[in-house]
Every structure is written in C-alpha cells, then in structure tokens.
Design a protein around this ligand. Structure first.
Ligand SMILES: [Zn+2]
Ligand SMILES: [Zn+2]
Length: 218
C-alpha cells in the first residue's frame, strides 16, 4: 500500500492505496443519478486503489498532425475535440495517477475558475483543477455528468511512498532501505505427534434423542 504526497510540501494527499497493473473494466453507466443524487458514472477505479495512465490527459490541446480520416480523439479512442485549427489531441500531463475521488484528501478548487468548467461538476479536461493546501497544482478532478468520475494526481507534483503501518499487500518495489526483521521462529514440524489422534478422545456419543415421543417423558 502506498500514499501519494505533495512533492512541494510533503502533505499526504491520499489514503493508503494499492497500485493496479491495469485499469479495471468499468461497469458502465445508465446515465441515471447515483445513490447520492448526483448524475455521474461509477468511479473509474475502486476506492483504495489507483492506476497510472500513460496517455496524456486534458489541456493543453494541440492540432492533430495526421490525415483527417485517421483522427481518433484527443487520446486514442478518446473523445473528439476541435477548434478553428481542426481536430485536436491532448498534450496534457502523462502518467497521471487515477484515483477514486473519495480517496484523495486535502485538495481545494483552483482559483482559476476556467479550470473547473463542466456541466454539474468539473469535467477534468481543462488542466490541473485542484491545488494542495500549500498552493501547489496537484490534482485534476472529474466529477461531471459528461466525464468520468475520478481524481488524477499529476506525476511531477506528487511523490509515491510506502504507507506506514499498512498491512496486507506489499508496497511497490522499492529499494530495501530497512533491514528486514528476523523471521519469527516457526515451531518444528513436530514429528513425534502420533499419527492417530488420541489426545482428545471423543466422548461417548451423546444419545441425543432424535425426537421425543410422548412415552419418553418418564
Ligand atoms: Zn503541498
Ligand atoms: Zn451535468
């Protein structure tokens, strides 16, 4: 398990999270409001996990250079976008960490409201939209009916460290900084235990009456 910290001030920006090898299959969305009344899809990743997106994400956008009939969205397979220059592709940050929005803590909306554009929430396409308490631009929040539901932390703005005190899943491969504690002594295989269990002989099997007949009373 890991925690992602603000690279500028060291503040923790996530709960302990486990890195996934690949984005999980999204359950899809029927377009209806969720249990909280908000009209947005299920989160991109389960809470407690995160995944790295190698593709660029969001603004800025630059003109697509190839043949027009080969345009395949702002990222391959992504949404289409164009302006007076023609179709656009994303030149936004690569390698963003995609998290469940509720697993990210301590970020605040950017003072530049144009970063928060969306319908009923920020759609996450206008660049870094949220800042750490120290002011560093760290997060891209998407929570709109037209977008995914996820919070991305920008690779260069955060640091990944092993979560302290977390148990269970091993941390990401990191150089072994600390000496490994000695393994607990394990009891020997106890070869002298007799093969047939005799220590706790079964008590005389209780004569549990299968059913009480009227005559059995006394
Ligand atoms: Zn900070
Ligand atoms: Zn909306």
């Amino acid at each position: 398990m890991n925690v992602l910290l603000c690279a500028a001030c060291g503040r923790g920006l996530t709960e302990p999270v486990r890195l996934l090898d690949a984005p999980p299959r999204h359950p899809g969305w029927d377009g209806l409001p969720g249990p909280d009344g908000r009209r947005r899809p299920p989160a991109s990743v389960p809470r407690g996990t995160y995944v790295v997106d190698p593709l660029p994400h969001g603004a800025p956008y630059v003109p697509f250079e190839g043949p027009l009939d080969e345009y395949d969205g702002v990222v391959p397979g992504g949404g289409w976008r164009s302006d007076e220059r023609g179709p656009l592709v994303s030149a936004g940050p690569r390698g963003t960490y995609v998290l469940h929005p509720l697993g990210v803590v301590g970020v605040e909306p950017h003072a530049d409201g144009s970063r928060l554009i969306g319908c009923c929430g920020p759609d996450g396409t206008q660049g870094v939209s949220h800042v750490c308490g120290c002011g560093a631009e760290v997060a891209i929040v998407a929570a709109d009916c037209t977008s995914g539901y996820e919070t991305r932390l920008v690779a260069g703005a955060v640091r990944v460290v092993a979560a302290q005190g977390a148990q269970g899943a091993p941390a990401e491969p990191t150089p072994p900084a600390e000496p490994t504690p000695p393994a607990e002594p394990t009891p020997p295989a106890a070869p002298d235990v007799p093969a047939t269990p005799t220590a706790h002989p079964v008590r005389a099997t209780g004569t549990a009456p299968a059913a009480r007949s009227p005559e059995a009373g006394r």
